[in-house]
Write a protein that binds this ligand. Structure first.
Ligand SMILES: Cc1ncc(COP(=O)(O)O)c(C=O)c1O
Length: 374
């Protein structure tokens, strides 16, 4: 084992894929704190208030034991109202929630059809799942329909999985078309709203809220809202119908056999959601949209808050990143296995904390850095 690890690390270094932990520095161009809420005083004050009024640190057990607290219950009720869902379930992280969805809901005899760009947490869940799963080419609704036609007759249930905004390319899924297909072929649609929650849709509720929930509810839909990105805390909220959540509470191993999230995490997520839904949230989204438009003007791309700057080979992406980091821009190279071979990139992540001068300075440094890199 020790020998294998050594060899792997050597290979990773040679391929320009070696990773190490780096503390945040300089101008944040890489976090998912899209609305700039992580250091807002309202969240800090909510945490202080909670602890100064006798709040406990840890939940002390799993949700089905003594770990279920008032704070979890209140957050779940608040989130259900906010997202128009019958019920919601709060998890410690988005990874855990996606893993729980994939390992709990699809049964033996079911089929899962997933977009090839869905997050590692869904894919890892599918590796451990009981159902068979098949990927379809990214955003290819025609290919998905072919798979639906092929499997509808023999599959017990069919689950379609996609993200509303894809984490590495920042592009959007054709959500309305996916829902139409789910309806047509009697399938259930699972949408991971990790990078849309807080940023897109009415009141920052995500894309499925506008395009599906408002009209059709959650009968054929499950959404997942991670709380560590625009919400700037940690955790994830699954929104679904009553039976799905009840089933997860009763049978989901990642939910049952894990200590509940810290109660203060629920307090902060609720506070963050309140801000996101308020006029302050709206103002932050407007600021972010302005930053996105200016970035598109200077650097091209689709104008979203995740702006990938594709550089090709890992080594080139690392070299450009280093040039920029040396000038105080905290931007990181994204390499395989996170993205496929040959499309390593800088994941330029925009936020409401940035101003137009920041974007100008970055665009100028970036154009110099790519000229200098081999
Ligand atoms: C699309 C997507 N889903 C789920 C997750 C996992 O969420 P968390 O970071 O809360 O574990 C991520 C995190 O990077 C993500 O990008």
């Amino acid at each position: 084992m020790y020998v294998i690890a050594k060899k792997t690390l050597k290979q990773l270094r040679e391929q320009g894929r070696y990773r190490s932990l780096t503390l945040p520095f300089g101008l944040d161009l890489s976090s998912n704190d899209y609305l700039g809420l992580a250091d807002c005083s309202a969240l800090r004050e909510a945490a202080i208030y909670y602890f100064e009024n006798g709040g406990v640190a840890g939940a002390g057990g799993s949700r089905l034991l003594r770990g279920h607290t008032q704070e979890h219950q209140e957050l779940e009720a608040f989130a259900a109202k906010a997202f128009g869902a019958t019920r919601t379930l709060f998890f410690s992280s988005g990874f855990q929630a996606n893993y729980a969805l994939m390992t709990t809901l699809p049964m033996r005899g079911d089929v899962v059809l997933f977009d090839e760009h869905v997050h590692a947490s869904m894919r890892d869940g599918l590796v451990a799942a009981r159902a068979r799963s098949f990927k379809f080419p990214h955003n290819d609704v025609g290919a998905l329909e072919d798979l639906l036609k092929r499997h509808r007759e023999n599959a017990q249930n069919i689950w379609i999985c996609a993200e509303s905004v894809y984490s590495m390319d920042g592009d959007q899924a054709p959500i309305a078309e996916l829902y139409e297909l789910a309806n047509l072929y009697d399938a259930m649609l699972i949408i991971d709203e990790a990078h849309a929650t807080g940023v897109l849709g009415e009141g920052g509720r995500g894309l499925a809220y506008d395009k599906i929930c408002k009209k059709h509810g959650y009968e054929r839909l499950i959404t997942l809202h991670t709380c560590g990105k625009a919400m700037a805390v940690a955790g994830a909220i699954i929104c679904a119908g009553e039976e799905i959540i009840d089933f997860m509470v009763n049978t989901s191993r990642p939910f049952i056999f894990s200590t509940a999230p810290m109660p203060v995490q629920a307090v902060l997520v609720q506070k963050s959601l309140e801000i996101i839904l308020s006029t302050e949230g709206e103002a932050r989204r407007e600021k972010l949209a302005k930053v996105c438009r200016y970035t598109q003007q200077l650097l091209g791309g689709h104008g979203g808050h995740i702006a990938p700057l594709i550089l090709g080979e890992s080594k080139r992406a690392c070299e450009v990143a280093t040039h920029l980091q040396n000038q105080g821009f905290d931007i990181r190279a994204i390499r395989p296995p996170t993205v496929p071979e040959g499309i390593s990139r800088l994941r330029f992540s925009l936020s409401a904390k940035l101003d137009l001068q920041n974007i100008e300075a970055f665009a100028s440094a970036y154009s110099k850095a790519i000229k200098q890199a081999v």
